[in-house]
Unconditional design. Structure first.
Length: 304
């Protein structure tokens, strides 16, 4: 192996290119280095000195940075198996984290349905966002989003069945519950997933792949709204068990004592007398809806 071939091989190991791209680029790089070396030889340098000078000058170039930028910004084409594998692993991890948090914090069926809807919306948004950033052609975006929706749907159902079976074995309960008793086979949740998937696919159909890349910038007002939403949600979930001062204020204000309460994700009922809406969640949902509509309107205005 020539000196330049060894150098090019070592250099390209640091890049993000695939094997075929590395092989093609290595041949071009070796040819380019040989031409540089010939120029130095014509200037009177020995072959060894010309090789050393070629490598020294090339090391000072931004070649690696430029190649890595190219690899990172390179768009995929067709149905990409590697992409489908990576995106589904990512979606599964996100799903597990969100569902563990859901079951840890909430117990009622109403909470479960609402949180499942929010989880699936977030999951499929990640699916959509990754596809439009990794594929150039609209047909590739649509096909990969659609296939990911189907694969994740099957993984979720099969995964829950397997986990439920393992739980039955570990808990010495040999009776395996009816499949349709599992929460992911609930008709409402299946309908939520299918409708949300169709909406995401429709959005991808109307997505303009040639539009300028969207930058989601948060203004000071946006950050303030999100921070206020976080504070209000914390207050909502801690009241009345933790926030004794607030409990006292509300008791004095409405002239009641909190004897019992029924809390869901959306609202809280105190003593069957007062209903308190989760303003923090409502504010967050309105903020997301506003940003989403603003983004669509901005894209439409650019098209015109």
């Amino acid at each position: 192996m020539s000196e330049f071939k060894k150098y090019a091989n070592k250099l390209l190991k640091k890049t993000e290119l695939n094997r075929l791209e590395k092989d093609d680029l290595e041949n071009e790089l070796v040819e380019h280095l040989n031409n540089m070396k010939d120029d130095y030889i014509k200037e009177g340098m020995s072959e060894k000195d010309s090789i050393d000078m070629t490598i020294k000058n090339f090391n000072q170039s931004n070649f690696i940075k430029e190649i890595n930028n190219f690899a990172l910004n390179k768009k995929l084409t067709g149905i990409n198996i590697s992409y489908l594998l990576k995106i589904n692993i990512l979606l599964i991890l996100i799903y597990l984290v969100l569902m563990i948090a859901t079951f840890s914090l909430f117990r009622t069926n109403q909470d479960s349905t609402v949180l499942y809807f929010l989880t699936i919306c977030f999951i499929l948004f990640v699916n959509y966002n990754y596809a439009i950033n990794h594929f150039e052609l609209k047909k590739d975006i649509i096909s990969n989003i659609s296939i990911t929706c189907i694969i994740f749907f099957l993984i979720e159902k099969i995964g829950i069945v397997i986990l439920s079976k393992i739980y039955c074995v570990l808990s010495n309960n040999l009776e395996f519950n009816n499949l349709f008793d599992l929460y992911v086979f609930d008709f409402k949740k299946i309908l939520i997933y299918l409708i949300t998937s169709i909406i995401v696919i429709l959005i991808s159909i109307y997505h303009n792949p040639n539009s300028t890349k969207r930058n989601f910038k948060l203004s000071t007002m946006d950050i303030s709204i999100l921070f206020l939403s976080l504070i209000l949600n914390i207050i909502y979930f801690l009241y009345p068990n933790r926030l004794y001062l607030l409990n006292l204020i509300i008791s004095k204000l409405f002239n009641i004592n909190v004897n019992f309460f029924d809390k869901t994700l959306l609202y809280m009922n105190i003593n069957n007398q007062i209903t308190i809406i989760n303003i923090g969640l409502l504010l967050l949902l309105l903020f997301i809806f506003y940003k989403f509509i603003s983004s669509i309107l901005e894209i439409d205005s650019k098209k015109k």
